[in-house]
Design a protein. Structure first.
Length: 194
């Protein structure tokens, strides 16, 4: 009898672990899904979109000539591992797609210089070489930081993220634009010991 019960329990456990393929679903990447107080993709989208809206209507972009920007760093000053490069990419992509600014990717600029130098040095092997001296000068740099304030007690977890992004003029060093955005999430516990 004991062997029979063990066999039934084993079948039930294995059957419960089996996947019928219906557990996978596509969801809207911008739909809110509050499952944690920690940084999430929802936070990334919200912070990036609200920050871009602010920059695009700012006086820093009120000129007939498109400004040329580049990104420095977004520092992660939180307790968690947060991919700030994903936040940078989201902001940069939105700015480029707005057609209101021009963007230089300074992280790949060295590779471009190496390629141009190679073409100049070995020009006889190329049908047509690219000319040097046409690179755009950078008008301003974007840089920022992401900070977190975390509070907890027996009943709640409270997390606030504060994102700051600045635009600094290359020639004068003046901060032309600055924006703070914050997200606060509170999770209440209905029982002790979580």
């Amino acid at each position: 009898m004991m062997g029979f019960l063990c066999a039934i329990v084993t079948v039930l456990l294995l059957g419960g672990c089996a996947s019928n393929g219906n557990n996978l679903q596509c969801v809207d990447s911008k739909a809110a899904d509050l499952t944690t107080v920690y940084w999430s993709s929802d936070d990334l989208h919200e912070i990036a979109e609200s920050t871009i809206r602010s920059l695009l209507v700012s006086s820093a972009l009120n000129s007939k000539k498109k400004k040329v920007f580049a990104f420095l760093n977004i520092d992660n000053d939180t307790y968690d591992h947060i991919d700030t490069d994903a936040l940078k990419t989201a902001i940069k992509t939105s700015l480029v797609q707005s057609h209101k600014v021009r963007f230089i990717d300074i992280e790949t600029r060295d590779m471009i210089h190496t390629s141009l130098d190679f073409q100049q040095k070995y020009h006889r092997y190329f049908e047509k070489i690219k000319q040097v001296g046409k690179e755009l000068g950078i008008d301003g740099f974007l840089y920022g930081s992401l900070k977190a304030i975390y509070q907890t007690n027996a009943l709640t977890k409270d997390m606030s993220f504060i994102f700051t992004l600045n635009l600094i003029d290359v020639e004068t060093g003046e901060i032309l634009w600055s924006e703070n955005r914050s997200i606060r999430k509170i999770r209440k516990n209905e029982w002790i010991g979580w």
